[in-house]
Design a protein around this ligand. Structure first.
Ligand code: SAM
Ligand code: SF4
Length: 330
C-alpha cells in the first residue's frame, strides 16, 4: 500500500524508538530488494568554489568574504579524473558553485577527454541555460545533480535570494528531456521547514521519477546569515532517507557527506536504512578545505577506495561492479 502524507508526517515526527527502528528496517529491506547489497562509488571533484548565488545556507555564497576561492584548471580536473580511474572508480561527479567560467567550449573538450578514460560523468554545477545543458550532454555528460533543496516555494525563495522553485524544477525537466540521468534532493532541518514540507519533498522525489536523490542535514556555516540556526539532526535525515527509499523504490540514494559530518557513523547508518551509494572526495588536498559549504566537512580522501571498502566490509556489503547507471526505465 502506498505511503500517505499523514503517515509520512507521523513517522517524521515520531519519537518512539520501536516505530523508528521499524521504518529503518523496512527501508533497508526495500533497498536490498530493489538495489541489492552492492554499493556504487562515485568520486567527487569539487572544481570551483566561486559562486554567483547567495544562498543563505551555503558557505560558498558570493557574499562570504572570509572564503579563499579557487578554480581548478582543465589539467587539474583531468588529473583528478585519472586518479579516479587508477582507484577503480567508474563515475566522477564534477561539482562547483555557479561559476560561469566553466560550461563553455573548453569545459566540453575536457568532458570529451574524461569520457575517453572510460568514466561516467555526473555534473553538479547549478542552473544553466537549456543550450548549455544540451552542449554538456553532447560532450559526454551522463548525469546531472540539481537538488531542489525544499519543495516549499516560499521557503525556497527566502533561502535562495533571486531564485524560484519553479525555475529549479524547469531545469530538472530540461535535464530529463535532454536524456540525462537526473538527480535531485533536499536538505532537512532548514529553519522554517516543517515535517509536512519534508513529506512533500519525498512525494516530489517520487513524482519526478528521479534517477538519484541526495538527502543531507542542513549544517549551519558561521559566515552565513543562518550561522545561529539549529541545523538538521541525524535522526531526521535517516528517517527521510528511509521514507525516500520506500517511496521511490529503485532510485540511487547516496549516504551523503553531510550525514557523515554530523555523525562519524552517519554514512554507515544511512547505508542501513536505504542508501546504496558512497561518494568519496577526490578533490586535490590543497583545495579540499577551501570548498567549505559547511564547516568540518569530512572526506574519504587519499585512501578513498580503501576507506570505502572498510566502511562496506563493516556492514557486510561490497563495492559494485559496473557504472551504476539508473535503474529507472523511462
Ligand atoms: N552550486 C550547485 C548547486 O547549488 O546545485 C552545486 C554545489 S552546492 C554546494 C551542492 C549542495 O550543497 C546543495 O545542493 C545543497 O543542498 C548543499 N549545501 C549547501 N549548503 C549546505 C549546508 N550549509 N548544509 C548542508 N548542505 C548544504
Ligand atoms: Fe552557490 Fe550552490 Fe552554494 Fe547556492 S548552494 S551558494 S548555488 S554553491
Amino acid at each position: 500500500m502506498a505511503l500517505t502524507k499523514k503517515q509520512a508526517v507521523a513517522l517524521l515526527i515520531a519519537d518512539d524508538p520501536r516505530l523508528i527502528a521499524g521504518l529503518l528496517r523496512q527501508a533497508d529491506a526495500a533497498r536490498k530488494k530493489f538495489m541489492g547489497d552492492a554499493v556504487h562509488v562515485r568520486g567527487v571533484i569539487e572544481f570551483s568554489s566561486y559562486c554567483r548565488r547567495n544562498c543563505l545556507y551555503c558557505g560558498l555564497r558570493c557574499a562570504n568574504r572570509h572564503l579563499r576561492r579557487y578554480r581548478m584548471s582543465s589539467g587539474e580536473i583531468y588529473a583528478a579524473a585519472r586518479h579516479a580511474v587508477a582507484l577503480g572508480i567508474k563515475t566522477v561527479v564534477l561539482q562547483s558553485g555557479e561559476d560561469s567560467r566553466y560550461g563553455g567550449k573548453e569545459f566540453c573538450l575536457l568532458l570529451e577527454r574524461i569520457k575517453k578514460l572510460g568514466l561516467a560523468i555526473t555534473l553538479s554545477m547549478g542552473e544553466l541555460a537549456y543550450r548549455r545543458y544540451n552542449e554538456l550532454k553532447s560532450a559526454g555528460a551522463d548525469r546531472y545533480l540539481l537538488r531542489f533543496e525544499t519543495s516549499d516555494p516560499a521557503l525556497y525563495a527566502h533561502l535562495r535570494p533571486g531564485c524560484r522553485l519553479k525555475e529549479r524544477l524547469r531545469c530538472l525537466g530540461w535535464l530529463d528531456k535532454l536524456g540525462y540521468q537526473v538527480g535531485s534532493g533536499a536538505m532537512v532541518g532548514l529553519p522554517g521547514q516543517t515535517a509536512g514540507s519534508i513529506a512533500d519533498d519525498v512525494f516530489l522525489f517520487k513524482e519526478l521519477n528521479l534517477d538519484m536523490v541526495g538527502i543531507g542535514p542542513f549544517i549551519p556555516h558561521p559566515h552565513t546569515p543562518l550561522a545561529k540556526a539549529a541545523g538538521g539532526s541525524l535522526e531526521l535525515a535517516l528517517k527521510t532517507v528511509a521514507l525516500t527509499r520506500i517511496a521511490t523504490k529503485n532510485t540511487h540514494i547516496p549516504a551523503t557527506t553531510a550525514v557523515g559530518t554530523i555523525d562519524s557513523q552517519g554514512r554507515q547508518k544511512a547505508l542501513r536504512c536505504g542508501a546504496n551509494i558512497l561518494m568519496p572526495n577526490l578533490t586535490p588536498a590543497k583545495y579540499q578545505k577551501l570548498y567549505e559549504i559547511y564547516p568540518d566537512k569530512i572526506c574519504i580522501a587519499a585512501d578513498a577506495v580503501d576507506a570505502t571498502r572498510r566502511i562496506l566490509a563493516s556492514l557486510g556489503r561490497s563495492i559494485a561492479d559496473g557504472y551504476g547507471h539508473s535503474l529507472k526505465r523511462k
